[in-house]
Design a protein around this ligand. Structure first.
Ligand SMILES: *Cc1c(COP(=O)(O)O)cnc(C)c1O
Length: 360
């Protein structure tokens, strides 16, 4: 058996320890004589697993008591529609900040349901920076302000939470949740697809402030209705039981690592090491403004695109995989989520130096 260092943006690497636990519990979970996949979601065993996962997530993120935590299906993309369904009427205005590909998708979907106003747009700078808060043209009385704290494709990240006053702040944290502590109380809604920093694809975690429940349109599909889902503990229909369980095993692993303060320290160090190797090389280049570089997704280009293929082939031979940039931008991208150990970043930096020696 040999494991590679997997730099995929998502579905992304999981900690080996987590996978080993899943394997050891696969056939017989805690003496139940069956896999978690085979259990009734209404049974005592699974309800316990689900509750433990929620309470561990609450502890990790210090989620205040007036927030509901939902474990839903359909990924973050389903929430692109669920958010306007739950928070707007057809004539409501919702403000969106466009910092890249995922913001754009969220805006495109919202436009189908309400008036989605682009309050700030990083398009002019080719999405290499974040528009200063003072330049945002927010709508008085907007239903909410939506932004994408980390743009997974562009590698652009907010390193502080924007102040939007009393308007509910809605954040797509798919690729940054659990990378560091955050002040959940500053948000109306946080949502995150699981396949970056939580667990298997398909699951989406929604953290919603209670006073925002009960505003859904009458025609909201029931599985999208946060209030209905909250009332049934996310079990209004059969939830993604195995994915929920895996998420819980990841939360336990995070607690053993020392929680999010420890992850922050490690993630900062990993990102600093990789960016300084890029910046100091005179060969590799990252296009993002320093103050908003992502800790999780690090895109970089080589001096000429003809080198991409040999770079990727050599990387693969060295056990470093999924480094190709998103098909829309090209170049390289190293995703270094929580599950990527420092040893993986060290191996990548070493390989980059070696490649530069041969091709620079
Ligand atoms: C991956 C990702 C999504 C999409 O998630 P799906 O599970 O495919 O719906 C949305 N937003 C961001 C920021 C992402 O990184």
């Amino acid at each position: 058996m040999s494991r590679v260092f997997n730099f995929s943006a998502g579905p992304a690497a999981l900690p080996a320890e987590v996978l080993e636990q899943l394997r050891s519990e696969m056939l017989d979970w805690h003496g139940q004589g069956m896999s978690v996949m085979e259990m009734s979601h209404r049974g005592k065993a699974f309800v316990g697993i689900a509750q433990q996962a929620e309470s561990d997530l609450r502890e990790l993120l210090a989620i205040p008591a007036n927030y509901k935590v939902l474990f839903l299906q359909g990924g973050a993309t389903a929430q692109f529609a669920a958010i306007p369904y739950n928070l707007t009427k057809a004539d409501s205005v919702a403000d969106y900040v466009n910092t890249g590909a995922w913001s754009k998708k969220a805006i495109g979907e919202a436009k189908r349901y309400c008036k989605a106003n682009v309050a700030a747009d990083a398009a002019e700078g080719n999405y290499s920076s974040i528009p200063a808060r003072a330049t945002w043209k927010l709508t008085p009385g907007a239903a909410y302000v939506h932004y994408t704290p980390n743009e997974t494709i562009g590698g652009v990240e907010f390193h502080s939470i924007p102040d939007v006053g009393d308007v509910p702040l809605v954040a797509d944290m798919s690729s940054t949740i659990l990378s560091r502590p955050i002040d959940v109380g500053r948000f109306g809604v946080i949502y995150a697809g699981a396949q970056k920093n939580i667990g298997p694809a398909g699951l989406v975690v929604v953290i919603v402030r209670e006073d925002l429940l009960g505003r859904a349109r009458p025609d909201t599909p029931t599985v999208f209705d946060w209030k209905a889902m909250a009332a049934d503990g996310s079990m209004l229909n059969t939830p993604a039981t195995y994915s929920w369980y895996v998420a819980g095993v990841v939360f336990q692993w995070l607690k053993r690592q020392g929680g999010l303060a420890a992850m922050e320290k490690l993630n900062r160090a990993k990102a600093e090491k990789l960016y300084s190797a890029i910046d100091g090389s005179g060969f590799y280049r990252n296009p993002v403004q320093r103050e908003c570089r992502s800790w999780m997704n690090v895109p970089f280009v080589l001096p000429n695109a003809d080198l991409d293929k040999p770079f990727l082939e050599g990387a693969k031979a060295a056990g470093l995989v999924s480094l190709e940039g998103h098909r829309s931008v090209g170049g390289m991208r190293a995703s270094i989520y929580n599950a990527m150990p420092m040893a993986g970043v060290d191996a990548l930096v070493e390989y980059m130096k070696e490649f530069q020696r041969r091709h620079g």
